[in-house]
Design a protein around this ligand. Structure first.
Ligand code: PEP
Length: 253
């Protein structure tokens, strides 16, 4: 069983202007005022749009919050720099204050990234000093045809190299059919997948097994069940992370 901090990741997608710094401030204020007693083994990561990272970094650095709060990019390029208009590189994310980057989110995979791209991105991100959160997950038709575990394990084997471990990254299991949905998969479905992913790392001789986050329809009502499922070491939250009042109920339900 992992002893790494349970991680709560807020994926803000393409939402948020500078005035949403207020949401972050409210979280920090709540944590500073120690409303919540059990924050010692928790870590919080915000993945706002890239335009807000350095602004959010300033807010975090000027606070006295003892709970670790880090920032993440939502994607990065396979190169450090170059003639790639509109792109953001891993060193740029690090320079703006991010210490994590999400890779392979299904919304990115759908329009851009292949597993091979994600593998390249893990390399460049780790070299830039970023921890990676690599997202995997099956489509509904793969779940319905009994191929969910096989799909996810194949994704892992193509997106990760043998050096991937908790030392440089985490995994987020996000079934595509649960992202933006009303309810998450059943406990059995989540438990089966998280066990299969854990075994994958065991079988590949990884000693320091990455945290395995669950993502898809996590909210104040579903968190309690999800966080108690075996091998769930964190959550990746979309919609319910945008408002501090809702996200706080997830951090400490
Ligand atoms: C996500 O965007 O990764 C996600 C899980 O979204 P939601 O929590 O809204 O289902």
């Amino acid at each position: 069983m992992t002893t790494h901090p349970f991680i709560y990741v807020a994926n803000w997608k393409m939402y948020g202007l500078r005035n949403s710094g207020e949401e972050l401030r409210e979280i920090i204020t709540a944590l500073e005022n120690t409303i919540f007693p059990n924050m010692s083994n928790k870590e919080i990561v915000f993945a706002p749009p890239a335009t807000l990272i350095s602004y959010f970094a300033d807010i975090i650095h000027t606070s006295s919050c003892s709970t670790p709060i880090a920032l993440a990019g939502q994607n990065c390029h396979t190169q450090c720099e170059g003639a790639y208009t509109g792109s953001i590189s891993a060193p740029m994310l690090y320079d703006s204050g991010a210490r994590y980057v999400l890779l392979g989110h299904s919304e990115v995979r759908q329009v851009a990234d292949s597993d091979a791209d994600i593998l390249e991105k893990t390399h460049i991100a780790h070299r830039a000093g970023l921890r990676t959160i690599v997202c995997v997950g099956e489509e509904r038709k793969q779940r319905e045809s009994g191929k969910a575990v096989q799909t996810v394990i194949e994704q892992l084997s193509r997106c990760l190299d043998k050096d991937f471990s908790y030392d440089n990254g985490d995994i987020a299991y996000e079934p595509l059919w649960a992202i933006g949905a009303e309810s998450p998969p059943s406990v059995t479905e989540i438990a089966e997948m998280h066990e299969a992913i854990t075994l994958y790392f065991h079988d590949n001789g990884v000693k320091n097994i990455p945290r395995i986050l669950y993502g898809g329809a996590v909210n104040e009502n579903t968190i309690h069940t999800i966080k108690n499922i075996a091998n769930v070491n964190g959550v990746l939250v979309g919609r319910a992370s945008l408002k501090s009042s809702q996200f706080l109920k997830i951090i400490e339900p």
